[in-house]
Design a protein around this ligand. Structure first.
Ligand code: SAH
Length: 219
């Protein structure tokens, strides 16, 4: 009989083949990370059977864990190397942070809702992610003490491109952020180098709101 561990591993491999590789994601580090991180542990027990499906899932506090393909697309867009220090705004379940931590040197992640922060910290500790540093705060202000970052990922929808985060990018750094109204956004990628700031639009997406000083107002 197949054990649960084997079943979940098989589901992850299927997820990567059918949802990620089939849609053109080719970064081998991203694919390896998605095959490795046990996504089913980042959702409640009741949703475990759906964890490898092609959709986002609720994680409590009216927040969601992103669809696997979006996680892959955003991670690939960050062009991570093993020496990179990465900032994530919106820890949520901690799944995206774990994916980043498989590839980069160190991940700094900020969550504003305490209950989610506590839960994610417990899980990431249990899974031995020693290269993830966490903070419960308003991430729209970035993480001044630890900047500059080689890559910054915002996993909630912003009303405008957060200028403060561009300031916290290193030379050669990449920022990926969903920007738009509260119903739909465009995934924007910013790169920063000596010639200035460059912006590309990776296409439409739908995220929960980025709430904070440089985001949407408190609900
Ligand atoms: N990356 C997450 C998905 C998170 S959903 C995962 O892998 O599960 C977006 C998260 O951003 C929510 O948990 C929400 O509370 C958080 N968030 C929204 N505004 C924020 C802010 N200003 N600072 C930090 N976290 C924020």
């Amino acid at each position: 009989m197949e054990t649960d561990t084997l079943k979940h591993e098989r589901q992850r491999h299927e997820m990567v083949r059918q949802q990620i590789e089939a849609r053109g994601i080719g970064d081998i580090n991203v694919l390896a990370a998605l095959r490795k991180v046990p996504r089913h542990l980042f959702v409640s027990e009741a949703l475990r059977d759906q964890a490898y499906g092609d959709f986002p899932l609720p994680i409590g506090e009216q927040q969601t864990i992103s669809q696997p393909f979006i996680v892959a697309e955003m991670t690939q867009a960050l062009e991570l190397t093993p020496n990179d220090r990465v900032l994530e705004i919106g820890t949520g379940s901690g799944y995206q942070a774990a994916i980043l931590a498989q590839i980069a040197y160190r991940v700094y992640t900020i969550e504003r809702i305490r209950a989610l922060f506590v839960q994610a910290r417990k899980l990431l500790d249990k899974l031995n992610y020693h290269n993830i540093v966490m903070r419960c705060a308003d991430g729209t202000k970035g993480w001044e003490d630890e900047c500059p970052f080689n890559a910054i990922i915002v996993t909630a929808g912003a009303p405008a491109i957060p200028g403060l985060l561009i300031e916290q990018l290193a030379d050669g750094g990449r920022l990926v952020v969903p920007v738009g109204n509260q119903h739909s956004q465009d995934l924007i990628k910013i790169t920063k180098d000596q010639s200035g700031i460059h912006q590309t639009n990776l296409g439409g997406c739908r995220f929960v709101k980025l709430v904070g000083k440089h985001g949407w107002r408190e609900p």
